[in-house]
Ligand binder design. Structure first.
Ligand SMILES: NC(=O)c1ccc[n+]([C@@H]2O[C@H](COP(=O)([O-])OP(=O)(O)OC[C@H]3O[C@@H](n4cnc5c(N)ncnc54)[C@H](OP(=O)(O)O)[C@@H]3O)[C@@H](O)[C@H]2O)c1
Length: 333
């Protein structure tokens, strides 16, 4: 019996927050794999802030998704047909499969995952791209030392929650910045952060002074904008600022707001450096093994926000930009 694939294509380049009309929901018959190909039935699709970057027509670390193309997305699923010797029917795999139910691929960039070690959603979360971003962004780019004060923004999110916990494992003092009382309670009571700042109800500069009386040694920035500025103004000598993302700026229709406190880098002989998870692909297995060990020891937790239904994609994606996701956001197909 013919199987039908449903998928989301980029229909228009969004201006500001993506709208329903920026997407086309399409269907097509699923094709048979040709020699060297495999067919993957998606189980979960990762929704990431980077999607907003990928649909802009600007140079980035990847070419933009073209108009009429399937929206780019990471996903995990199961192989349902294979003419590729590396993969067998029934294998669980992760890769850049797109926002669709079935993906036909030549296997490049596809990796097998072991569902006996962890449930599939964890491979889009702590054992997947956000986990690797937190691990390498903090440890390699940020170089935290025991006893230092680490501040992280979007601290209850997929990357931020892991950054804070890994910094605790490395014996740092950790302050998280997040939106709302529930997220602040979560990172302190459940994840063991030393303090939380609710940027929606508090004066961030004043709260940073309170919780970081000696200044900030390492700021892991996920949001950019005024929070980056507030953190920069309170760094210590030889501080490191890790630029991981700037979600507050991704839907801007005007210029990106740059930090006015950047001379603090000069006064404090500090460094501000970008980090990109893709630079560490060769080292993912080493990081994954160490993170799995911390999970087994109860030192590293993650929560996943799983929304049912591929068809909800346009609305569900917006949860990231409204702060409505609790943990790693993904679609269950
Ligand atoms: N460099 C890399 O290789 C790499 C890889 C993965 C992700 N990233 C970046 O890491 C950041 C976090 O990604 P994630 O996947 O972990 O997402 P996430 O934190 O799970 O979700 C995004 C969160 O951002 C916060 N947010 C949204 N709009 C905001 C605003 N205007 N001001 C302040 N906070 C805002 C919201 O939390 P609140 O409720 O707390 O506001 C929201 O829940 C993003 O900037 C992303 O682009 C970078």
């Amino acid at each position: 019996m013919a199987v039908t694939n449903h998928k989301f294509l980029l229909a228009a380049r969004p201006v500001g927050m993506p709208k329903r009309t920026d997407w086309t929901y399409a269907e097509e018959p699923v094709a048979e794999p040709k020699e060297g190909e495999l067919l993957v039935k998606l189980s979960y699709i990762s929704l990431d802030p980077a999607m907003r970057i990928w649909i802009k027509d600007v140079p980035s670390y990847m070419p933009p998704v073209g108009i009429g193309e399937v929206m780019r997305a990471l996903g995990v699923g199961v192989v349902t047909a294979s003419r590729n010797p590396r993969f067998a029917v029934g294998d669980h795999v992760s890769g850049l499969f797109g926002v669709q139910e079935y993906a036909l691929t030549d296997g490049k960039g596809v990796t097998k995952v072991d569902v006996r070690l962890a449930p599939l959603p964890k491979y889009l979360s702590v054992l997947g791209m956000p986990g690797m971003t937190a691990y390498f962004g903090l440890l390699d780019t940020g170089q935290p030392k025991a006893g230092e004060t680490v501040v992280v923004s979007a601290a209850a999110g997929a990357v931020g929650a892991l950054v804070g916990q890994i910094a605790k494992i490395k014996n740092c003092r950790v302050v998280g910045i997040a939106g709302g009382a529930e997220k602040c309670r979560y990172i302190v009571s459940e994840l063991g952060f030393d303090a939380a700042i609710d940027y929606k109800s508090e004066d961030v500069s004043r709260s940073l002074r309170k919780h970081c009386p000696n200044g900030i040694d390492l700021y892991f920035d996920n949001v950019g904008g005024s929070i980056l500025d507030a953190a920069l103004a309170q760094i210590r000598l030889r501080a490191r600022i890790v630029i991981c993302g700037a979600i507050s700026q991704y839907n801007n229709t005007g210029p990106i707001a740059g930090p006015s406190s950047y001379l603090s880098l000069l006064m404090n002989r500090a460094t501000m450096k970008g980090t990109l998870v893709l630079d560490y692909i060769d080292r993912y297995p080493q990081a994954g093994a160490e993170m799995a060990g911390w999970m087994a020891a109860g030192k590293l937790k993650s929560r996943e926000d799983i929304v049912d239904g591929l068809a909800t994609f346009p609305d569900t994606l917006l949860k990231l930009f409204k702060g409505e996701n609790s943990g790693k956001l993904m679609l269950k197909v």
